[in-house]
Design a protein around this ligand. Sequence first.
Ligand SMILES: [Zn+2]
Length: 652
Amino acid sequence: MIAPVVPSSGTLRPLGLDRVRVTGGFWAELQARNAEAMIPHGHEWVERVGWVDNLRRAAAGRLPDGRRGPVFADSDVYKLVEAMAWEAARTGDGALDSTVDDLATVIAAAQEPDGYLHTGFGRAGQAPRYSDLEWGHELYCYGHLIQAAVARLRAHGEQTLTEVAIRAADHVCREFGPSGRVAVCGHPEIEMALVELYRATGERRYLDQARLFVDRRGQGTLADIPFGRSYYQDDVPVRTRDAFAGHAVRALYLACGAVDVAVETGDDKLLDAVTRQWERTVAARTYLTGGMGARGEGEAFGEDHELPPDGAYAETCAGVASTMLSWRLLLATGEARFADLAERTLFNVVAASPALDGRAFFYANALQQRVPGQPPDPHRPSPRAVSSLRAPWFDVSCCPTNVARTVATLGGIVATVDDGGLQLHQYATGTVAAEVGGRPVALRVETGYPWDGTVRITAEHDTGPVRLRLRVPSWASGAVLDGVAVPPAAYTTVEGDWRAGDEIRLELPASRPRFTYPDPRVDAVRACVAVERGPLVYCAEAVDLPPGASLDAIAVDTAVVPTRGPDPTLGPDTVGLTVRARVTMGGGPEGLGGGENRVDAVAWPYRSRPGPTAGGAEVAVPMVPYHLRANRGPTAMRVWIPARHSQHEERA
Ligand SMILES: [Zn+2]
């Protein structure tokens, strides 16, 4: 099956990229951008910064001289190859196939005879192999190599890359197996890759090695560091942890590996442990966008409810990793909540990273930009992960290639099957072809989602009895299926035979904007309000405000529902919204003006009585989808804006 995750058991079974085709709308546009810009752009940059050349030099015996990039630079070549392999499988692009073969040849030539493969260790003048498991990323790099190889294997059968990955995996099993080093890698990733290689080849040793790595984590085999062992999840065993903590991408990749091990070994206790951690993390450590990892320091999860909007790190890779975890939990359990978080995260973190031209990316995804900031240099890698604008590449450039491989495989998370039926989890125009109960089912889906909530599903031929389940998102109160109300946050079921041309119509209230309020314990945004429409989070950008008005000196009037428009010219079908607000401090048109309440006043900002929260002039505040932010030059931005709940309250 041509899919990244193919469990041998679980509630739902995935469908391959050849069975689900996204042909129009939001995700098709992003997939086209990936093919035309993001993947070629990634290829240009891994050559330009010398990361492919590291492998060429390794093969030619010319390292360590001239090795470039961070210690884990090899992994970004592998992730790019994975993206290319899935993309070539999806579209049958022969030129891309050849590029994958060329890169596979470079990678194969760099591998040592015993299977070891890393450009940063083990040669004269370099540190010895596995001498720095805390930061060396050797096993992490194998993980990405193996995932790329599994993509190639499933799309094309045995190839150069498969042989390289099997040699590397065999080497890992020898070095780190039951009689080898009692150690783990500072960055989880190898675990889920080994399980997938087991699924693809049937070689049980890879699964056993993955389970060993999951069980060894949390035993303190890695050194204590200034961030603490929690940074790499080596402080508490996976089975006894209560929430995701430490470096967010590490924590989420480890959780993916743990779910994979649990599913393949029938370890329900391990699956329950990760599910509990997911619940607590979603309840207390996740941004409205689905972003995870509140702290820039250590790129880490914060404490419960520590979710500052301006400091939000919410790394793009953590969004990718969260989506990978949600997908695994959905396949294992069939529960709608996992597809729900995947959707939120895909639209508001993963799709928010690439620029409209596909040639620049956000690494961190803050929910508030206080000052416009400076554009990154378009000709150099950005030295910083945090920026007010997208950068073409980064010194640590994990995110762009991670977005590329995710976008190439989006079709794979649209639908699944079980013994009696077919499930639609995400809505996109396209086709789904599957076998249900031994009989073929082919459906056509047409929708303007997420801009419009009407989803039409048509049978392409006659079928026997099929149980079709459609996800009704958690925000979709008032959804209607063929004229009948259906509850949100669950799957709704249609049973029966289909005749060719039979159509059902799901109406999701995606075009009804809504206000969203935070739990008061999320104290950084207490008394604020956000605006959502369907699965999309919106934001206000200062470039849209009337002259003199400040994003930090308005309060949204929540008694007035947001209205449509003006629609920004930021891609096809894009819907803009407008909220009504009052200027709370001087500086706006007819603001309070004067004295201590001026926005630009330089004065001690703490007082013996509360300042005004409203009373100034009314302003219309345009809002744009968060994933399209920062496409019109440097500007301040807010997702959460102070709210004024009623005029009565303000007059009191
Ligand atoms: Zn990243």
